[in-house]
Design a protein around this ligand. Structure first.
Ligand code: ATP
Ligand code: MG
Length: 183
Protein backbone atom coordinates (compact mmCIF):
# COMPACT_ATOMS: atom_id res chain seq x y z
CA UNK A 1 0.00 0.00 0.00
CA UNK A 2 1.35 3.46 -0.79
CA UNK A 3 0.04 6.99 -1.11
CA UNK A 4 -0.72 8.22 -4.62
CA UNK A 5 -2.75 11.38 -4.20
CA UNK A 6 -3.71 14.00 -1.64
CA UNK A 7 -6.66 16.31 -2.25
CA UNK A 8 -7.52 19.32 -0.13
CA UNK A 9 -10.61 21.48 -0.06
CA UNK A 10 -11.04 24.37 2.37
CA UNK A 11 -8.23 22.95 4.51
CA UNK A 12 -6.22 25.74 6.16
CA UNK A 13 -4.78 28.01 3.45
CA UNK A 14 -5.95 25.65 0.65
CA UNK A 15 -9.37 27.21 0.13
CA UNK A 16 -9.66 26.10 -3.51
CA UNK A 17 -9.52 22.42 -4.50
CA UNK A 18 -5.87 21.38 -4.57
CA UNK A 19 -4.57 18.05 -5.74
CA UNK A 20 -1.13 16.63 -5.24
CA UNK A 21 0.19 13.55 -7.00
CA UNK A 22 2.53 11.52 -4.84
CA UNK A 23 4.89 9.61 -7.10
CA UNK A 24 6.90 6.61 -5.90
CA UNK A 25 10.18 7.52 -4.22
CA UNK A 26 11.12 10.70 -2.44
CA UNK A 27 8.77 13.68 -2.60
CA UNK A 28 10.00 17.18 -1.80
CA UNK A 29 7.83 20.24 -1.27
CA UNK A 30 9.49 23.57 -1.83
CA UNK A 31 8.14 27.11 -1.68
CA UNK A 32 8.50 30.45 0.06
CA UNK A 33 7.73 30.92 3.77
CA UNK A 34 4.04 30.76 4.53
CA UNK A 35 3.02 29.17 1.20
CA UNK A 36 1.51 26.12 2.94
CA UNK A 37 4.20 23.41 2.98
CA UNK A 38 3.56 22.51 6.61
CA UNK A 39 -0.20 22.70 6.01
CA UNK A 40 0.18 19.95 3.39
CA UNK A 41 1.89 17.62 5.86
CA UNK A 42 -0.74 18.48 8.45
CA UNK A 43 -3.46 17.55 5.95
CA UNK A 44 -1.79 14.16 5.52
CA UNK A 45 -1.61 13.65 9.27
CA UNK A 46 -5.20 14.85 9.71
CA UNK A 47 -6.79 12.53 7.15
CA UNK A 48 -5.01 9.62 8.87
CA UNK A 49 -6.88 10.46 12.06
CA UNK A 50 -4.94 13.02 14.07
CA UNK A 51 -7.04 14.10 17.05
CA UNK A 52 -4.76 16.67 18.66
CA UNK A 53 -5.51 20.24 17.56
CA UNK A 54 -2.14 21.34 18.95
CA UNK A 55 -0.33 19.13 16.43
CA UNK A 56 -2.32 20.95 13.74
CA UNK A 57 -1.12 24.24 15.27
CA UNK A 58 -4.67 25.18 16.29
CA UNK A 59 -6.63 25.75 19.49
CA UNK A 60 -9.50 23.56 18.34
CA UNK A 61 -9.94 21.14 15.42
CA UNK A 62 -12.14 23.63 13.54
CA UNK A 63 -9.06 25.80 13.10
CA UNK A 64 -8.15 23.54 10.16
CA UNK A 65 -11.09 25.03 8.22
CA UNK A 66 -10.19 27.95 5.94
CA UNK A 67 -10.67 30.97 8.20
CA UNK A 68 -11.07 33.61 5.49
CA UNK A 69 -8.67 36.18 4.11
CA UNK A 70 -8.91 39.80 2.98
CA UNK A 71 -10.86 38.86 -0.16
CA UNK A 72 -12.37 35.48 0.63
CA UNK A 73 -14.97 34.55 3.24
CA UNK A 74 -14.33 31.73 5.70
CA UNK A 75 -15.53 28.23 4.80
CA UNK A 76 -17.89 26.03 6.76
CA UNK A 77 -16.13 22.79 6.14
CA UNK A 78 -12.80 21.31 5.19
CA UNK A 79 -12.14 18.04 3.43
CA UNK A 80 -9.00 16.02 2.78
CA UNK A 81 -8.90 12.92 0.58
CA UNK A 82 -5.99 10.50 0.58
CA UNK A 83 -5.76 7.95 -2.19
CA UNK A 84 -3.69 4.81 -1.76
CA UNK A 85 -2.56 2.20 -4.22
CA UNK A 86 -3.66 -1.14 -2.79
CA UNK A 87 -2.79 -3.39 -5.71
CA UNK A 88 -0.60 -5.47 -3.39
CA UNK A 89 -3.75 -5.99 -1.25
CA UNK A 90 -2.03 -5.20 2.02
CA UNK A 91 -4.85 -3.02 3.40
CA UNK A 92 -6.45 -4.54 6.51
CA UNK A 93 -9.82 -6.30 6.42
CA UNK A 94 -12.68 -3.94 5.76
CA UNK A 95 -10.48 -1.69 3.58
CA UNK A 96 -9.14 -4.33 1.26
CA UNK A 97 -11.84 -4.84 -1.35
CA UNK A 98 -10.32 -2.80 -4.21
CA UNK A 99 -7.01 -1.93 -5.90
CA UNK A 100 -7.47 1.66 -4.80
CA UNK A 101 -8.31 2.86 -1.34
CA UNK A 102 -9.69 6.35 -0.87
CA UNK A 103 -9.99 7.77 2.64
CA UNK A 104 -11.87 11.04 3.16
CA UNK A 105 -12.11 13.10 6.32
CA UNK A 106 -14.45 16.03 6.45
CA UNK A 107 -15.03 18.52 9.25
CA UNK A 108 -18.00 20.86 9.49
CA UNK A 109 -18.22 23.77 11.91
CA UNK A 110 -20.18 22.76 15.03
CA UNK A 111 -20.63 19.21 13.68
CA UNK A 112 -17.18 17.63 14.03
CA UNK A 113 -15.38 15.16 11.77
CA UNK A 114 -16.62 12.27 9.68
CA UNK A 115 -14.64 9.69 7.70
CA UNK A 116 -15.41 7.71 4.58
CA UNK A 117 -13.41 4.86 3.10
CA UNK A 118 -14.16 3.92 -0.51
CA UNK A 119 -17.46 5.78 -0.25
CA UNK A 120 -18.64 4.06 2.91
CA UNK A 121 -18.87 5.70 6.31
CA UNK A 122 -15.92 4.70 8.50
CA UNK A 123 -15.14 5.08 12.17
CA UNK A 124 -12.27 7.31 13.27
CA UNK A 125 -10.77 4.43 15.21
CA UNK A 126 -10.72 2.15 12.17
CA UNK A 127 -9.02 4.77 10.03
CA UNK A 128 -6.46 5.40 12.77
CA UNK A 129 -5.88 1.67 13.08
CA UNK A 130 -5.55 1.25 9.31
CA UNK A 131 -2.63 3.66 9.26
CA UNK A 132 -1.19 2.50 12.58
CA UNK A 133 -0.87 -1.00 11.13
CA UNK A 134 0.68 0.46 7.99
CA UNK A 135 3.12 2.29 10.27
CA UNK A 136 2.35 5.65 8.66
CA UNK A 137 -0.27 6.77 11.19
CA UNK A 138 -1.07 10.24 12.43
CA UNK A 139 1.38 9.62 15.30
CA UNK A 140 3.95 8.06 13.02
CA UNK A 141 7.61 8.99 13.36
CA UNK A 142 7.76 9.02 9.55
CA UNK A 143 6.25 12.52 9.80
CA UNK A 144 8.69 14.64 11.75
CA UNK A 145 7.29 17.88 13.11
CA UNK A 146 9.47 20.87 13.82
CA UNK A 147 10.91 20.50 17.32
CA UNK A 148 10.10 16.80 17.48
CA UNK A 149 13.69 15.61 17.56
CA UNK A 150 14.47 17.57 20.72
CA UNK A 151 11.16 16.38 22.22
CA UNK A 152 12.25 12.80 21.56
CA UNK A 153 15.66 13.34 23.15
CA UNK A 154 14.03 14.79 26.27
CA UNK A 155 11.15 12.29 26.36
CA UNK A 156 10.53 9.85 29.21
CA UNK A 157 11.35 6.19 28.37
CA UNK A 158 7.67 5.22 28.05
CA UNK A 159 6.99 7.97 25.49
CA UNK A 160 10.13 7.05 23.58
CA UNK A 161 9.06 3.41 23.50
CA UNK A 162 5.77 4.41 21.86
CA UNK A 163 7.71 6.03 19.02
CA UNK A 164 9.76 2.86 18.54
CA UNK A 165 6.59 0.73 18.58
CA UNK A 166 5.01 2.91 15.93
CA UNK A 167 8.15 2.66 13.79
CA UNK A 168 8.07 -1.14 14.17
CA UNK A 169 4.44 -1.18 13.00
CA UNK A 170 3.12 -2.78 16.19
CA UNK A 171 1.27 0.15 17.73
CA UNK A 172 -2.03 -1.11 16.26
CA UNK A 173 -1.52 -4.36 18.17
CA UNK A 174 -0.61 -2.45 21.30
CA UNK A 175 -3.80 -0.39 21.08
CA UNK A 176 -5.93 -3.50 20.53
CA UNK A 177 -4.37 -5.19 23.57
CA UNK A 178 -5.06 -2.11 25.65
CA UNK A 179 -8.70 -2.12 24.53
CA UNK A 180 -8.99 -5.88 25.24
CA UNK A 181 -7.65 -5.35 28.75
CA UNK A 182 -10.31 -2.72 29.40
CA UNK A 183 -13.10 -5.13 28.47
P1 ATP B 1 7.50 28.01 6.42
O1 ATP B 1 8.43 27.94 5.26
O2 ATP B 1 7.62 29.30 7.16
O3 ATP B 1 7.56 26.82 7.32
P2 ATP B 1 5.08 26.95 5.24
O4 ATP B 1 5.20 26.84 3.76
O5 ATP B 1 5.26 25.70 6.03
O6 ATP B 1 6.01 28.10 5.80
P3 ATP B 1 2.50 26.98 6.43
O7 ATP B 1 2.85 27.12 7.87
O8 ATP B 1 2.08 25.66 5.93
O9 ATP B 1 3.65 27.58 5.54
O10 ATP B 1 1.32 27.99 6.06
C1 ATP B 1 1.06 29.08 6.84
C2 ATP B 1 -0.05 29.87 6.19
O11 ATP B 1 -1.27 29.16 6.31
C3 ATP B 1 -0.20 31.19 6.91
O12 ATP B 1 -0.32 32.19 5.93
C4 ATP B 1 -1.51 31.03 7.64
O13 ATP B 1 -2.22 32.23 7.74
C5 ATP B 1 -2.26 30.06 6.74
N1 ATP B 1 -3.30 29.36 7.49
C6 ATP B 1 -3.18 28.47 8.49
N2 ATP B 1 -4.37 28.07 8.94
C7 ATP B 1 -5.30 28.72 8.17
C8 ATP B 1 -6.72 28.73 8.14
N3 ATP B 1 -7.46 28.00 8.97
N4 ATP B 1 -7.32 29.53 7.22
C9 ATP B 1 -6.59 30.26 6.37
N5 ATP B 1 -5.26 30.30 6.34
C10 ATP B 1 -4.61 29.53 7.23
MG1 MG C 1 6.55 25.15 7.57
Amino acid sequence: MHFTRLRLLGFKSFVDPTELTIAPGLTGVIGPNGCGKSNLLEALRWVMGETRASVMRGDGMEDVIFAGSGKRPARNHAEVTLTLDNRDRTAPAGFNEADTLEVVRRITRDAGSAYRANGKEARARDVQMLFADASTGAQSPSLVRQGQISELINAKPRARRRVLEEAAGISGLYQRRHEAELK
